[in-house]
Design a protein. Sequence first.
Length: 301
Amino acid sequence: MVKSDNHNPNQSHDATGWDPAELGAASEIIDRALAEDLATGDVTSRVAVPAEAMARARLVTKAPLVLSGLSVAAAVFHRVDPSTWIELVASDGDRVPEGTIVARVRGRARSLLAAERTALNLLQRMSGVATLTRRFVDAAGGRCRITDTRKTMPGLRSLDRYAVRCGGGHNHRNDLGAGVLIKENHIRACGGITAAITAARETAPHTLRIECEVTDMKELSEALNAGADVVMLDNMDDAEVAEAVAITGKRALVEVSGGISCERVEVLAALGIDLISVGKLTHSATAADISLLFEPPGGWH
């Protein structure tokens, strides 16, 4: 979790856990985003807000959602001004209704205004991914895993992957070096499914499973006979998926991918598959609606 020294130390808000590599990537993302937004400073605050002005604000949800990125938002405020006080009221992974106060901040008004947009952009993006993921996970009903893909927002993969976990989903490959996944173009480059799987089996580290994408029953049988550990059923209809599961038996894990909707997940999950990978979790998630509202003098309501 990206930590702020100034949020309530008695509260733990890390429902899913950050990978150590993700922590460094998140810190770099925050630095880049702030540099982008504050490259020439905040002229409006400089000319209109007194330097000595102090303010309190609350982060409030404007719609039901699943939270992700609270610690990232806190880190943004702290990066702009280490003296900012931050209280996280909710936790990543929480389902919260409209009107929920999820965090409170207090500090120099100029600092809060400088951090506001970057903090919200990241929090809204991550909560949008978590919210969409939760819809798919709920539809699967625990019968199979919902996983993301590498179709993430460029530069934001570490945050996207964490947000998927906050929504109850699982991560697929983080990068091209994280697993062997033989797809259509690999098969064409190698001269066929058998040739590709054989070459991978001979040279890949023994710790990596070999997964192969297939589009019909002929390709499925070839991949299984060649020793694939995982088969990815690409753009097959429900009847084809059911047939593929029967053919595969226990010889390999079965992943389904391609044009997956929430409505279809319920059907697919009942067919005995192991995984459904959904690109739209990260490439089409709508940002969650969250606002930062300054409090009038006199405190929080």
